[in-house]
Design a protein around this ligand. Structure first.
Ligand code: PEP
Ligand code: MN
Length: 342
């Protein structure tokens, strides 16, 4: 932490601040400037709100944290990028661009099983499908609930694909955990801290989606909630943020991929479907995600997008998904990265 004294602060004011810093257990290094003094507090400041309160001392201009406000999520704590094991055959992280594909929502057994078969043929590593849907309107399709989870497990039995599904409430954790290989925490719940703590107490891998208006730092601080509870298996997901641009549903912050990788060792995947909201843009954005060093993508595929109960406009038909995978394969080969199971 750096404490910048106001110009004109008296030596008594400086001394009071210095003695408080020492009482809090920090070493002090004072830099005497021409106009003002700066105090460097030496020691780990995270989780010590008293240091920030120095801003209330007379003569203090500002207090500036030096360390990122997260520890377990920081690259400085774990410099090696991690590989997150989901099943014995599939890990997310270095050297593979993992592909998770499937409908926005599970609608019937027949629907999810047929999509699972299709995406598997095209090289997907895993199947997505929401059984509990976070809908803006209470009148929209809310998901099939436990029945949807059961259909997902039928699809897993039929294909062997691991399944990813969203958890909306802490009290549904035990139920969702019975079926999910990866739990998704959606954008709207990125800062539902009690939900984050609950999934942090499990050992189930978690895909944490970036909030609609959240910064990269806030995303990492949310990941910290899960990691600090003891669950190391966190996968971050850039799914577009809300900006003034309305040509697309959201604005994919492709910058977030290298920016997160610079700060954290956690894998980062991209969701080109929610980022664009437009099926015909999904392929371009998926290729950009692969090329910019993301660890994978989660993409919506529906057998009949025009009849989908949610997010049909951004869902790819299975044959379009297949074409996209074929053209992404060429990029993956150049990059020497494995694309899904291809
Ligand atoms: C979803 O994955 O279907 C979803 C609702 O995503 P998000 O939370 O990113 O909006
Ligand atoms: Mn969706």
């Amino acid at each position: 932490m750096i404490v910048v004294m106001a110009s004109g602060a008296t030596s008594e004011e400086l001394e009071k601040v210095v003695s408080q810093i020492k009482d809090l257990g920090y070493q002090v290094h004072i830099l005497n400037g021409v106009e003002r003094n700066v105090i460097a507090c030496i020691g780990d400041e995270r989780g010590k709100p008293q240091l920030l309160s120095l801003g209330a001392f007379s003569g203090v201009d500002k207090v500036m944290p030096v360390l990122a406000p997260y520890k377990f999520a920081a690259k400085t704590s774990f410099p090696e990028n991690t590989l997150i094991e989901v099943t014995k055959d599939w890990s997310i992280g270095k050297g593979i661009f993992s592909v998770i594909a499937g409908p926005c929502a599970v609608e019937s057994e027949e629907q999810i099983v047929s999509i699972a078969r299709n995406v598997q043929k095209s090289g997907a590593n895993a199947l997505r499908g929401g059984a509990f849907k976070p809908r803006t309107s209470t009148y929209s399709f809310q998901g099939l609930g436990e029945e949807g989870l059961k259909f997902l497990s039928v699809a897993r039995e039929e294909t062997g694909l691991p399944v990813i599904t969203e958890l909306l409430d802490p009290y549904k954790l035990d139920l969702v955990a019975k079926y999910a290989d990866i739990i998704q925490i959606g954008a709207r719940n990125m800062q539902n801290f009690s939900l984050l703590k609950e999934v942090g107490r499990t050992k189930i891998p978690v895909i944490l989606k970036r909030g609609l208006m959240a910064t990269v730092e806030e995303l990492l601080m949310s990941a910290e909630y899960i990691l600090a509870e003891g669950n190391p298996k966190v996968i971050l997901c850039e799914r577009g943020i809300r900006t003034f641009e309305r040509a697309t549903r959201n604005t994919l912050d492709i910058n977030a991929v290298p920016a997160i990788k610079d700060r954290s060792y956690l894998p980062v995947i991209v969701d080109p479907s929610h980022a664009t909201g437009v099926a015909k843009y999904v392929s371009s954005v998926s290729k950009a995600s692969l090329a910019c060093g993301a660890d994978g993508m989660i993409v919506e595929v529906h057998n009949k997008p025009s009849e989908a109960l949610s997010d049909g406009a951004q869902s790819l038909k299975p044959e379009v998904f297949d074409e996209m995978m074929q053209s992404m394969k060429k990029i993956a080969d150049v990059l020497d990265v494995r694309l899904g199971t291809l």
